[in-house]
Design a protein around this ligand. Structure first.
Ligand code: ADP
Length: 262
Protein backbone atom coordinates (compact mmCIF):
# COMPACT_ATOMS: atom_id res chain seq x y z
CA UNK A 1 0.00 0.00 0.00
CA UNK A 2 2.76 2.36 1.12
CA UNK A 3 4.96 1.56 -1.92
CA UNK A 4 2.04 2.14 -4.29
CA UNK A 5 1.42 5.50 -2.62
CA UNK A 6 5.07 6.48 -3.00
CA UNK A 7 5.06 5.36 -6.63
CA UNK A 8 1.92 7.40 -7.42
CA UNK A 9 3.48 10.42 -5.71
CA UNK A 10 6.69 10.00 -7.73
CA UNK A 11 4.74 9.80 -11.00
CA UNK A 12 2.71 12.89 -10.05
CA UNK A 13 5.92 14.80 -9.16
CA UNK A 14 7.41 13.71 -12.53
CA UNK A 15 4.37 14.92 -14.49
CA UNK A 16 4.31 18.17 -12.51
CA UNK A 17 8.03 18.70 -13.13
CA UNK A 18 7.62 18.09 -16.86
CA UNK A 19 4.66 20.48 -16.99
CA UNK A 20 6.56 23.18 -15.06
CA UNK A 21 9.67 22.79 -17.29
CA UNK A 22 7.51 22.97 -20.39
CA UNK A 23 5.65 26.05 -19.06
CA UNK A 24 8.97 27.72 -18.26
CA UNK A 25 10.74 27.00 -21.56
CA UNK A 26 7.80 27.47 -23.98
CA UNK A 27 8.03 31.33 -24.06
CA UNK A 28 11.82 31.15 -24.60
CA UNK A 29 11.38 28.67 -27.47
CA UNK A 30 8.65 30.89 -28.96
CA UNK A 31 10.75 34.07 -28.88
CA UNK A 32 13.72 32.11 -30.30
CA UNK A 33 11.56 30.95 -33.21
CA UNK A 34 10.28 34.54 -33.71
CA UNK A 35 13.85 35.83 -33.79
CA UNK A 36 14.80 33.17 -36.33
CA UNK A 37 11.78 34.04 -38.47
CA UNK A 38 12.67 37.73 -38.31
CA UNK A 39 16.24 37.01 -39.45
CA UNK A 40 14.93 34.80 -42.26
CA UNK A 41 12.45 37.47 -43.42
CA UNK A 42 14.97 40.31 -43.17
CA UNK A 43 17.65 38.45 -45.15
CA UNK A 44 15.08 37.38 -47.72
CA UNK A 45 13.87 40.97 -48.17
CA UNK A 46 17.45 42.21 -48.53
CA UNK A 47 18.12 39.90 -51.46
CA UNK A 48 16.17 41.84 -54.11
CA UNK A 49 17.66 45.31 -53.52
CA UNK A 50 21.09 43.70 -53.25
CA UNK A 51 20.66 41.95 -56.59
CA UNK A 52 19.61 45.28 -58.13
CA UNK A 53 22.75 47.00 -56.77
CA UNK A 54 24.97 44.14 -57.98
CA UNK A 55 23.46 44.25 -61.46
CA UNK A 56 24.05 48.01 -61.74
CA UNK A 57 27.64 47.65 -60.56
CA UNK A 58 28.22 44.85 -63.07
CA UNK A 59 26.90 47.01 -65.92
CA UNK A 60 29.25 49.83 -64.91
CA UNK A 61 32.23 47.48 -64.57
CA UNK A 62 31.49 46.06 -68.02
CA UNK A 63 31.71 49.59 -69.49
CA UNK A 64 34.83 51.06 -67.89
CA UNK A 65 34.97 53.77 -70.59
CA UNK A 66 31.82 55.31 -69.08
CA UNK A 67 33.34 55.48 -65.59
CA UNK A 68 35.65 58.32 -64.62
CA UNK A 69 39.09 56.76 -63.95
CA UNK A 70 39.14 58.42 -60.50
CA UNK A 71 35.90 56.63 -59.60
CA UNK A 72 36.98 53.18 -60.80
CA UNK A 73 38.75 52.27 -57.53
CA UNK A 74 35.68 53.27 -55.51
CA UNK A 75 33.44 51.24 -57.80
CA UNK A 76 35.59 48.12 -57.32
CA UNK A 77 35.45 48.66 -53.53
CA UNK A 78 31.64 48.97 -53.67
CA UNK A 79 31.46 45.80 -55.78
CA UNK A 80 33.50 43.87 -53.22
CA UNK A 81 31.48 45.20 -50.25
CA UNK A 82 28.22 44.31 -52.02
CA UNK A 83 29.52 40.82 -52.75
CA UNK A 84 30.37 40.41 -49.04
CA UNK A 85 26.89 41.62 -48.05
CA UNK A 86 25.26 39.24 -50.48
CA UNK A 87 27.24 36.30 -49.04
CA UNK A 88 26.25 37.36 -45.53
CA UNK A 89 22.53 37.58 -46.33
CA UNK A 90 22.65 34.17 -48.04
CA UNK A 91 24.38 32.61 -45.02
CA UNK A 92 21.98 34.26 -42.57
CA UNK A 93 18.98 33.11 -44.55
CA UNK A 94 20.37 29.59 -44.62
CA UNK A 95 20.88 29.48 -40.85
CA UNK A 96 17.57 31.11 -39.99
CA UNK A 97 15.34 29.04 -42.24
CA UNK A 98 12.31 27.82 -40.29
CA UNK A 99 12.74 25.08 -37.71
CA UNK A 100 15.79 23.31 -39.10
CA UNK A 101 18.60 25.27 -40.69
CA UNK A 102 18.78 22.86 -43.61
CA UNK A 103 16.22 22.47 -46.33
CA UNK A 104 14.07 19.44 -45.62
CA UNK A 105 12.76 18.78 -49.10
CA UNK A 106 12.09 15.07 -48.65
CA UNK A 107 12.92 13.98 -52.18
CA UNK A 108 16.27 15.76 -51.97
CA UNK A 109 17.41 13.16 -49.42
CA UNK A 110 19.04 10.14 -51.00
CA UNK A 111 21.93 7.72 -50.55
CA UNK A 112 24.90 9.88 -51.44
CA UNK A 113 28.45 8.87 -52.31
CA UNK A 114 30.78 10.96 -50.15
CA UNK A 115 33.67 10.15 -52.48
CA UNK A 116 31.85 11.72 -55.42
CA UNK A 117 31.22 14.93 -53.47
CA UNK A 118 34.80 15.17 -52.22
CA UNK A 119 36.33 14.38 -55.63
CA UNK A 120 34.22 17.13 -57.26
CA UNK A 121 35.24 19.64 -54.59
CA UNK A 122 38.92 18.75 -54.82
CA UNK A 123 38.80 19.21 -58.62
CA UNK A 124 36.99 22.53 -58.18
CA UNK A 125 39.32 23.91 -55.53
CA UNK A 126 42.60 22.62 -57.02
CA UNK A 127 43.21 25.85 -59.04
CA UNK A 128 42.60 27.99 -55.94
CA UNK A 129 45.11 25.91 -53.95
CA UNK A 130 47.62 26.02 -56.80
CA UNK A 131 47.22 29.79 -56.95
CA UNK A 132 48.25 29.99 -53.30
CA UNK A 133 51.06 27.41 -53.83
CA UNK A 134 49.30 24.93 -51.59
CA UNK A 135 49.37 21.18 -52.25
CA UNK A 136 45.91 19.62 -52.09
CA UNK A 137 45.91 15.85 -51.47
CA UNK A 138 42.92 13.51 -51.42
CA UNK A 139 43.01 9.95 -50.11
CA UNK A 140 40.16 7.41 -50.20
CA UNK A 141 40.46 4.60 -47.64
CA UNK A 142 36.81 3.50 -47.88
CA UNK A 143 34.02 4.25 -50.25
CA UNK A 144 30.85 4.90 -48.31
CA UNK A 145 27.42 6.36 -48.86
CA UNK A 146 25.46 8.42 -46.38
CA UNK A 147 21.78 9.31 -46.41
CA UNK A 148 21.37 13.01 -47.00
CA UNK A 149 21.01 16.02 -49.21
CA UNK A 150 23.95 16.10 -51.68
CA UNK A 151 23.92 19.90 -52.08
CA UNK A 152 24.04 20.47 -48.32
CA UNK A 153 26.72 17.83 -47.78
CA UNK A 154 28.78 19.44 -50.51
CA UNK A 155 28.38 22.80 -48.77
CA UNK A 156 29.57 21.28 -45.48
CA UNK A 157 32.80 19.91 -47.00
CA UNK A 158 33.30 22.94 -49.22
CA UNK A 159 33.29 25.24 -46.16
CA UNK A 160 35.94 23.11 -44.43
CA UNK A 161 38.12 22.76 -47.54
CA UNK A 162 37.93 26.46 -48.38
CA UNK A 163 38.91 27.34 -44.80
CA UNK A 164 41.85 24.91 -44.92
CA UNK A 165 43.12 26.65 -48.07
CA UNK A 166 42.23 30.16 -46.86
CA UNK A 167 44.05 29.81 -43.52
CA UNK A 168 47.13 28.15 -45.03
CA UNK A 169 50.40 29.76 -45.95
CA UNK A 170 52.21 29.33 -49.29
CA UNK A 171 54.03 25.95 -49.59
CA UNK A 172 51.47 24.53 -47.18
CA UNK A 173 49.62 21.23 -47.50
CA UNK A 174 45.92 20.40 -47.24
CA UNK A 175 45.07 16.69 -46.89
CA UNK A 176 41.56 15.34 -47.24
CA UNK A 177 40.90 11.73 -46.24
CA UNK A 178 37.75 9.63 -46.53
CA UNK A 179 37.61 6.61 -44.21
CA UNK A 180 35.24 4.41 -42.24
CA UNK A 181 35.14 4.27 -38.44
CA UNK A 182 32.70 1.73 -37.02
CA UNK A 183 29.27 2.79 -38.29
CA UNK A 184 30.49 6.28 -39.22
CA UNK A 185 31.91 7.78 -42.36
CA UNK A 186 34.91 9.85 -41.30
CA UNK A 187 36.17 12.74 -43.41
CA UNK A 188 39.23 14.57 -42.14
CA UNK A 189 40.40 17.88 -43.54
CA UNK A 190 43.89 18.64 -42.28
CA UNK A 191 46.04 21.67 -43.01
CA UNK A 192 49.50 22.96 -42.15
CA UNK A 193 48.16 26.50 -41.79
CA UNK A 194 48.08 29.22 -39.16
CA UNK A 195 46.24 27.06 -36.60
CA UNK A 196 43.85 28.09 -33.82
CA UNK A 197 44.84 29.06 -30.26
CA UNK A 198 43.66 26.58 -27.57
CA UNK A 199 41.55 29.27 -25.86
CA UNK A 200 39.77 29.99 -29.17
CA UNK A 201 38.86 26.37 -30.02
CA UNK A 202 35.57 26.35 -28.01
CA UNK A 203 34.29 29.31 -30.06
CA UNK A 204 35.09 28.30 -33.65
CA UNK A 205 31.60 26.92 -34.38
CA UNK A 206 29.87 30.01 -32.95
CA UNK A 207 28.08 32.31 -35.37
CA UNK A 208 30.15 35.31 -36.46
CA UNK A 209 33.18 34.19 -34.46
CA UNK A 210 36.50 34.89 -36.21
CA UNK A 211 40.00 34.77 -34.72
CA UNK A 212 41.17 37.56 -37.00
CA UNK A 213 38.23 39.64 -38.20
CA UNK A 214 40.31 41.73 -40.60
CA UNK A 215 41.91 38.73 -42.32
CA UNK A 216 38.65 36.80 -42.52
CA UNK A 217 36.75 39.75 -44.01
CA UNK A 218 39.56 40.52 -46.45
CA UNK A 219 39.34 36.96 -47.74
CA UNK A 220 35.55 37.18 -48.06
CA UNK A 221 34.70 35.33 -44.83
CA UNK A 222 31.44 35.94 -42.97
CA UNK A 223 32.21 34.03 -39.77
CA UNK A 224 29.25 31.75 -40.48
CA UNK A 225 30.95 28.98 -42.48
CA UNK A 226 31.73 26.65 -39.58
CA UNK A 227 28.35 27.13 -37.88
CA UNK A 228 26.67 26.23 -41.18
CA UNK A 229 28.94 23.17 -41.51
CA UNK A 230 28.09 22.05 -37.96
CA UNK A 231 24.33 22.63 -38.51
CA UNK A 232 24.43 20.44 -41.65
CA UNK A 233 26.46 17.69 -39.92
CA UNK A 234 24.05 17.61 -36.96
CA UNK A 235 21.04 17.63 -39.28
CA UNK A 236 22.47 14.47 -40.88
CA UNK A 237 22.93 12.82 -37.46
CA UNK A 238 26.65 13.57 -37.34
CA UNK A 239 29.17 15.95 -35.77
CA UNK A 240 32.42 17.81 -36.42
CA UNK A 241 35.44 17.85 -34.12
CA UNK A 242 38.53 20.02 -34.31
CA UNK A 243 42.11 19.75 -33.10
CA UNK A 244 44.58 22.51 -33.80
CA UNK A 245 47.91 24.00 -32.82
CA UNK A 246 48.78 27.63 -33.36
CA UNK A 247 51.34 28.01 -36.13
CA UNK A 248 51.31 24.27 -36.91
CA UNK A 249 47.88 23.54 -38.42
CA UNK A 250 44.35 22.30 -37.88
CA UNK A 251 42.40 19.11 -38.40
CA UNK A 252 38.61 19.09 -38.75
CA UNK A 253 36.92 15.67 -38.58
CA UNK A 254 33.38 15.08 -39.85
CA UNK A 255 31.49 12.00 -38.64
CA UNK A 256 28.32 11.00 -40.51
CA UNK A 257 26.30 7.79 -40.01
CA UNK A 258 26.98 5.37 -42.85
CA UNK A 259 24.05 4.41 -45.05
CA UNK A 260 26.03 1.58 -46.61
CA UNK A 261 29.61 0.82 -47.47
CA UNK A 262 30.15 0.59 -51.24
P1 ADP B 1 35.10 32.61 -41.87
O1 ADP B 1 34.12 33.08 -42.88
O2 ADP B 1 35.66 33.74 -41.04
O3 ADP B 1 36.16 31.71 -42.43
P2 ADP B 1 34.20 30.28 -40.38
O4 ADP B 1 33.00 30.08 -39.54
O5 ADP B 1 34.39 29.38 -41.54
O6 ADP B 1 34.19 31.80 -40.83
O7 ADP B 1 35.47 30.16 -39.45
C1 ADP B 1 35.50 30.89 -38.22
C2 ADP B 1 36.92 31.23 -37.84
O8 ADP B 1 37.62 30.04 -37.44
C3 ADP B 1 37.77 31.84 -38.96
O9 ADP B 1 37.59 33.23 -39.07
C4 ADP B 1 39.17 31.48 -38.51
O10 ADP B 1 39.63 32.40 -37.52
C5 ADP B 1 38.97 30.12 -37.82
N1 ADP B 1 39.26 28.99 -38.73
C6 ADP B 1 38.39 28.24 -39.42
N2 ADP B 1 39.01 27.27 -40.12
C7 ADP B 1 40.33 27.41 -39.86
C8 ADP B 1 41.51 26.70 -40.26
N3 ADP B 1 41.46 25.65 -41.09
N4 ADP B 1 42.71 27.14 -39.78
C9 ADP B 1 42.77 28.20 -38.94
N5 ADP B 1 41.71 28.91 -38.51
C10 ADP B 1 40.50 28.51 -38.95
Amino acid sequence: QLTTGILINLVLIGIGGFWLTHEATAPIEESYQQLKQFTADASHELRNPLTAIQTSIEVMLNHPERVHPKDMKKLVAVASATEQMSRLTQDLLFLARTKTPVSTVENAWKPTSVNEILQNLVDLLEPLAEDKEITLKYQVLANVAVMGEPAQLSRLFSNLLQNAIQYSLPQGKVSVCLAKQNRFCLVSVEDTGIGIAPEDIPFVFNRFWRADKARSRREGGTGLGLSIAMAIAQHHGGKITVTSELGVGSCFKVYLPIYYGI
